[in-house]
Ligand binder design. Structure first.
Ligand SMILES: Cc1cc2nc3c(=O)[nH]c(=O)nc-3n(C[C@H](O)[C@H](O)[C@H](O)COP(=O)(O)OP(=O)(O)OC[C@H]3O[C@@H](n4cnc5c(N)ncnc54)[C@H](O)[C@@H]3O)c2cc1C
Length: 516
């Protein structure tokens, strides 16, 4: 049985979930002399950041861009510490994203901001002032690097002043764009081409803040958010190896069913003392870190005992989750060299519209992996189409396996009909179709209502943090996408690192890091 040592310092950490956040928390725990064990319910590491094989094709379920891929970002150091980039080749494609329109030239989000600005001015010269403001905001943000070395909870007044001073030059751009959504921006454009293109981008995520888009484009320009060739799994396997090399232990196929708690001897509430697995075994630890789904952690594993208004509110409609996905992957016997390479995909119009999952679609977005040949046999390509879908319908369908399979087949067929409009002849070259539904995400990762990235980043929550502890429960923290609105890989590593930094501070230890 684990227990704090005779100096009262804690020695062992049980981590629930072997996604990127759990793996990274484990690496930092081991670097700092804690004995970490990760309990992962699946047979693989990575959580939603994973990949699977079908007919010789690799279907990647995550990384399009990795903030910290280049040395000019503070996150680069973090990825190096957890060994994530070892042996990987990063590519910074010329195009981040492409919005194609009916009867007009496409809007291309070029990585190079000068080129992007020239392109926008060609498409919509009447919006010159707005375009220059946008391009200047992107330029400004290339010079800003988020401070990630110190956990925000440990920041002193001095740290905050320094950060504030570094952010001063961004102030006007921040104030100007903070509350503007992509949909608002589209409406203010005079050029019909640009209005249609930004309107299409707003699509189903109308609340996405322009500031988020500006930052993404700034990271592209600064070459700090490239794509790691080979995709998500080699990246994740690198972190898993680092954790093992540091002496950490991972238990796969180990679903945590309950977080064990006991009353604190000083009478000040309770404290976590370990976990119970689905097989009934109990594993004691001085600290429990949950890197798993937020709702199940708080309301199932802890039985909803440690909540207050602030904890409960997001789960009662106070915040929106990322809508779940229909994730349709195709193996195509063609190199698709004539399709532009865009790391975050190509959105194209459909005319006539195509009914997919009970809804008429007049636009679809596809990721053509013609820039990562490692994912397909020679001369062939993976194409992935992501469609937001209703959770409840797929949950109901999943109770009837035959109907569920038939509906998945229908989705695949309809997506092929749609792709045929953009890539004529593709149907005859299809060698593999794989359809993952909202319940697939739920089944494989436990994520609430199949959300693939936790809480949606809307203007209202831009840059806001969430509490990572629960009231009345000591020796416990949460990390990962359910405590970082907007989700993503960067908060997975930083919240894991922060948790151990805070643990060290509480235990009177100096927080140390190393690189492999
Ligand atoms: C299609 C897609 C594209 C994306 N693109 C990008 C991108 O380009 N760039 C980017 O930065 N981010 C991207 N993301 C987001 C990013 O992948 C996630 O935000 C991040 O990986 C979340 O990591 P996590 O560890 O917090 O959570 P998860 O990956 O959800 O990990 C949670 C883990 O906990 C395990 N678990 C849950 N319950 C239990 C339990 N009771 N017992 C044991 N284990 C349990 C799960 O099996 C899972 O492994 C993308 C995600 C998707 C799905």
């Amino acid at each position: 049985m684990a227990s704090a040592n005779r100096h009262g310092r804690r020695e062992s950490v049980a981590i629930i979930g072997g996604g990127v956040a759990g793996l990274c928390a484990g690496c930092y725990a081991q670097m700092n002399g804690y004995k970490a064990t990760i309990f992962e319910m699946h047979s693989l590491p990575g959580g939603v950041c994973t990949a699977w094989q079908r007919n010789g094709y690799t279907i990647d379920s995550c990384v399009h861009w990795l903030l910290g891929s280049g040395p000019a970002s503070g996150f680069h150091k973090l990825w190096k510490e957890v060994g994530a980039l070892r042996g990987l080749t990063i590519v910074d494609l010329d195009e981040f994203m492409r919005i194609e329109l009916k009867g007009s030239p496409a809007l291309v989000f070029y990585r190079d901001v000068d080129r992007f600005e020239r392109h926008l001015l060609e498409l919509g010269p009447e919006d010159g002032k707005t375009i220059r403001e946008l391009a200047n905001a992107i330029r400004r943000f290339t010079r800003f690097d988020m401070p990630v070395d110190k956990a925000p909870e440990l920041s002193s007044v001095w740290d905050k002043l320094v950060t504030g001073a570094c952010m001063m030059p961004l102030g006007p751009a921040f104030i100007k764009w903070r509350k503007v959504t992509v949909a608002d921006f589209a409406k203010r454009l005079k050029s019909s081409v640009l209005r249609d293109a930004f309107g299409a981008l707003a699509g189903e995520a109308a609340g996405f803040p322009m500031l988020g888009l500006i930052m993404m484009l700034a990271w592209q320009e600064a070459k700090i958010a490239g794509y790691p060739l080979g995709g998500s799994l080699p990246f994740v396997r690198n972190i898993e190896k680092r954790f093992h090399d540091l002496g950490g232990q991972i238990r796969y196929s180990a679903r945590v069913e309950k977080i064990l708690v006991e009353a604190r001897p000083d009478g000040r509430g309770d404290r976590a003392i370990g976990v119970r697995l689905a097989d009934g075994s109990e594993h004691r630890a001085d600290v429990v870190i949950s890197a798993a789904d937020g709702r199940s952690t708080i309301f199932d594993l802890l039985g909803g005992r440690f909540v207050d208004e602030e904890v409960r509110k997001p789960y009662e409609g106070g915040m929106e989750t990322f809508p779940p996905l229909l994730y349709v992957s195709l193996g195509i016997a063609d190199p698709l060299d004539n399709v532009p390479q865009a790391s975050s995909g190509i959105s194209f119009p459909l005319n006539p519209s195509v009914e997919i999952d009970g809804k008429a679609r007049d636009r679809l977005s596809m990721n053509v992996y013609n820039f990562d040949r490692a994912l397909a046999p020679a001369g062939k390509t993976v194409v992935i189409v992501m469609i937001t879908a209703g959770y409840d319908r797929w949950k109901t369908l999943s109770a009837d396996p035959a109907r569920y399979r038939a509906e998945k087949g229908l989705v695949g067929e309809r997506v092929l009909d749609a792709l045929e409009q953009r890539l004529p002849g593709i149907r005859s070259k299809v060698e593999m179709i794989d359809v993952a539904t909202p319940t697939t995400w739920e089944r494989y990762t436990g994520n609430w209502r199949g959300s693939y990235e936790g809480w949606l980043m809307t203007g209202a929550f831009f840059g806001s943090g969430m509490k990572k502890t629960l009231p009345g429960l000591g020796n416990f923290r949460m990390v990962g996408e359910w405590v970082s609105p907007g989700g993503g890989l960067p908060p997975a590593v930083s919240t894991g690192r922060d948790a151990i930094q805070i643990l060290c501070r509480e235990d009177g230890k100096r927080f140390v890091t190393s690189e492999p």
